[in-house]
Unconditional design. Structure first.
Length: 400
């Protein structure tokens, strides 16, 4: 299969109306399939010394008898050799374009932490007919994400993004418990980032993207957003935009306070303010219901706690937090709660989705919707008004 990649971005209108066919010419719209008795041909693209490899993605295909890593691309020779050894890659390349042209992999992992080259790499992989799995943040702008999704959809290719928490067994158990009425009616979600030295805009995209993805998993799409983003105590202006160590697009602000509205009267907040780190504690989400509340302590394998509220007495009130009943993570070892098993769950779902031609949990679409909530925060901060979602403007608010 050969895809003629457009040099311009696909607009949201083109993507929404399915008119991307005018921008993409396909000789064949059938995606590669794994040989019935063979192996998937996989490749890994990374960049040691610059983008690095995110969260174990260099070993994402390790231990799979049905996948052969035919090549790894990395422009840094020393780091490339080490990464290739971890990945059990058959061959090494200094340029991902050479790898894709020669090896024609069916599966491609965009493993770099940096997202600034994600569009170019993703387009090159889609052009040779490969399914994609990517580190997050998925792209630096919504326009880039729209373009990749539109081309993949037209070519019947599948994109996964490493939002591993969504598939953690504890999250699956929490979803069932909330649907069964564990906390009564879900009324609010209160999310907070790590609020460390990255507090504000950087914390919001690096870690908040996971939390926004989980908010959507439990409450559906956000309807609108209001927000205030501060830099050294004042409202941000576009000149406050800066690049950070991980090249993930421009960020701004050292304090973020955002509010989101969801359907059925569910409201949510996201906060990243360094002075709150000591009082808020572990990053995650608090789900507040009509009967009680649940606290999700975010991690590769999240821990879930349920509140048993005590009565008010003269000496005060004692609330008891207990681990959610039925959480399978209680008995797991540190290794079992790590990135290896978490990435395996994402890849399992990705490969099954490819073979069954179905939607997947950690999809490029879901990653784009998470990114959209981040962009909505900046748009709302600049406009000082409520911003409706989905966003019609698909470029980065800090770049316009």
């Amino acid at each position: 299969m050969r895809i003629a990649i457009p040099t311009h971005s696909v607009s949201r209108r083109q993507f929404t109306l399915g008119a991307v066919a005018s921008a993409v010419t396909l000789i064949s719209t059938r995606a590669f399939a794994a040989p019935p008795e063979g192996k998937w041909r996989a490749a890994i693209i990374g960049h040691t010394g610059e983008g690095d490899y995110g969260h174990g993605l260099d070993a994402i295909f390790a231990g799979r008898e049905n996948i052969e890593v035919v090549g790894l691309a990395d422009p840094v020779s020393a780091g490339r050799a080490q990464a290739a050894e971890r990945a059990k890659a058959l061959r090494q390349y200094d340029d991902y374009r050479k790898l894709l042209e020669k090896e024609k992999p069916q599966l491609v992992c965009l493993a770099s932490r940096w997202s600034k080259q994600r569009l170019a790499m993703g387009l090159a992989a889609l052009e040779i007919g490969a399914h994609l799995i990517s580190e997050k943040p998925f792209t630096t702008t919504l326009a880039e994400a729209d373009q990749l999704l539109a081309i993949a959809d037209r070519a019947k290719l599948t994109i996964a993004v490493a939002h591993q928490m969504r598939l953690a067994p504890s999250i699956m158990e929490l979803k069932k418990a909330l649907d069964a009425g564990l906390i009564g009616e879900l009324l609010e979600m209160r999310a907070s980032g790590k609020q460390d030295d990255r507090a504000g805009g950087e914390d919001m995209i690096v870690l908040g993207s996971h939390l926004f993805d989980l908010m959507r998993f439990f409450a559906g799409d956000a309807i609108f957003c209001t927000a205030r983003v501060l830099h050294q105590g004042r409202d941000i202006v576009r000149d406050d935009a800066r690049q950070v160590k991980e090249q993930i697009g421009p960020v701004a602000g050292d304090e973020v306070t955002a509010q989101f509205a969801f359907a059925k009267g569910v409201n949510a907040t996201f906060t990243s303010r360094k002075p709150l780190r000591g009082t808020v504690g572990h990053w995650g989400i608090e789900f507040i219901g009509s009967k009680t509340k649940v606290r999700l302590l975010a991690d590769v394998y999240p821990a879930i706690y349920v509140l048993k509220a005590g009565a008010w007495e003269p000496a005060g009130r004692t609330d008891t937090w207990t681990r959610m009943e039925g959480d399978p993570g209680v008995a797991l070892s540190t290794e079992q709660r790590g990135f290896g098993p978490a990435n395996r769950r994402v890849v399992d779902d990705w490969l099954t989705a490819i073979q069954q031609n179905r939607e997947l949990a950690c999809s490029g679409f879901n990653a784009t919707k998470s990114l959209e909530m981040i962009m909505a925060v900046y748009q709302a901060a600049f406009s000082h008004a409520r911003v409706r979602l989905p966003l019609p403007k698909r470029e980065h608010p800090l770049a316009t």
